[in-house]
Design a protein around this ligand. Structure first.
Ligand SMILES: Cc1ncc(COP(=O)(O)O)c(C=O)c1O
Length: 413
């Protein structure tokens, strides 16, 4: 494929391990309709529960040459500014239910609130985060009258740290990257006997990350209903950002269970500086592989070098393509969402939330990438779904991108 300076900003890899036909037993059981319904039912019991909006960007879809662009906007979930709280709250509730010997279907959020203290006492929740997961955990702990200790990697944005502290949690910024920060949190949890509530899995630690991923499916279930109300049975394509891969696997797992052979083509989006899923696909031995380094990217939510072993097989078996991109692509996405065409709605998106639309706009816009459009079947019949997974969680960088044009794309030759 011929390269120009803009096409250099993204790298693409077709997934040749995707299951083309699958049987019932291939469907990820942890995202069965029964399991995902439980998560949604629980979230619906929150006092401030509301489906987040599903926007249709009709003028943008015309400009980019597809039938529809839908954006599920998580920038205001439960009055926080990212989807992550869906996972943390569900995992903590499942943990408390397990201690009480109850099924989550028997309880609601108020019941959990009432009984959290007697089940957990003053044992704190401990986690590591790039910001969004930790904020979800600290918010949940605060709601339940519990304590949280949250570790963040070096160079974490001031606002992300403050947002965690505002909920009463202890927030500690380490001098190492995200993956090493997880290790520090694990050590602390062992030392003081706290509950480690992490959004990635490792050997012997699978219950909580499973529940966290199940919690994420609430936003996918909402999308299915919202699209149906607009007369769409399913999207043809979906762009899913990946850090450890939990969110992408949750949505793919849910969609596989619901849509089966009509599964939309999923494109997994990562930053170049932290592309552990892409690297695993490139090595192509079917196993997850790590990437190392400082993982420095403005897509902070995606800055993870170790794929979640629970998420990886689902991504490997059900995604269509892997994509890795420069920071400039995410910044372009932030600007696209913030500057709607004609009467399209404006969407406030953080860098991790906008990476997909940034990459998609390049795929649709560049002559050189016709082959990619053909392979993916992206054309005037396509109904493309994006998840804006966060709002402006780092308002300083958001301002730099929008007002000062920071992280510019190279000028088209
Ligand atoms: C805004 C945002 N989008 C996407 C992701 C990716 O989620 P996962 O790490 O489960 O792949 C994260 C993770 O923190 C995030 O904060």
């Amino acid at each position: 494929m011929k390269q120009s300076s803009q096409t250099d900003m993204i790298r693409l890899l077709l997934n040749d391990r995707k299951k083309r036909m699958f049987k019932k037993e291939d469907l990820p059981k942890m995202f069965s309709k029964k399991e995902t319904k439980k998560a949604r039912h629980f979230h619906m019991s929150f006092d401030n529960y509301q489906s987040t909006p599903l926007y249709s960007l009709d003028n943008l879809s015309k400009a980019l040459g597809v039938k529809k662009i839908f954006v599920k906007d998580e920038s205001n979930r439960f009055d926080l500014n990212a989807f992550k709280v869906l996972g943390g709250t569900y995992a903590i509730a499942k943990l408390i239910c397990k201690k009480m010997g109850k099924d989550i279907e028997e309880v609601d959020f108020n019941y959990i609130k009432k009984h959290a203290a007697e089940e957990i006492g003053n044992i704190p929740f401990i986690t590591a985060t790039d910001g969004n997961h930790g904020r979800g955990i600290s918010w949940a702990a605060n709601q339940l009258g519990q304590k949280a200790i949250v570790y963040l990697p070096m160079n974490s944005a001031k606002r992300r740290v403050e947002a965690i502290r505002e909920t009463g949690a202890e927030a500690i910024v380490t001098d190492v990257n995200y993956d090493e920060t997880v290790q520090i949190a694990i050590k602390k949890a062992k030392e003081i006997g706290g509950y480690m509530v992490q959004d990635t899995s490792w050997e012997g630690y699978t219950d909580i990350p499973t529940w966290i991923m199940q919690g994420y499916t609430t936003m996918g279930m909402e999308v299915i209903d919202q699209m149906a109300l607009q007369g769409y049975e399913s999207p043809t394509h979906v762009f899913l950002q990946a850090g450890v891969g939990g969110m992408a696997a949750a949505i793919l797992g849910l969609f596989a269970n619901v849509y089966k052979d009509k599964l939309p083509k999923a494109i997994i989006v990562e930053p170049n500086a932290a592309n552990c899923i892409f690297t695993s696909a490139e090595i192509n031995d079917g196993k997850p592989h790590n990437v190392e380094g400082d993982l420095k990217t403005i897509m902070v939510g995606l800055a993870c070098g170790i794929p979640s072993p629970l998420a990886w097989p689902i991504i490997r078996d059900f995604s269509e393509m892997y994509l890795t991109c420069d920071d400039a692509v995410a910044a372009r996405g932030v600007r696209i969402f913030a500057n709607p065409l004609k009467r399209d709605p404006k969407i406030v998106s953080g860098e991790s939330g906008a990476a997909g639309i940034g990459a998609f706009s390049i795929i649709m816009g560049l002559e050189d990438l016709e082959e990619v459009r053909e392979v993916l079947g992206l054309d005037e019949n396509s109904v493309v779904l994006f998840f804006n997974t966060e709002g402006d969680t780092d308002p300083v960088n958001y301002g730099e991108i929008i007002w000062n044009g920071k992280y510019r794309m190279p000028i088209k030759e």
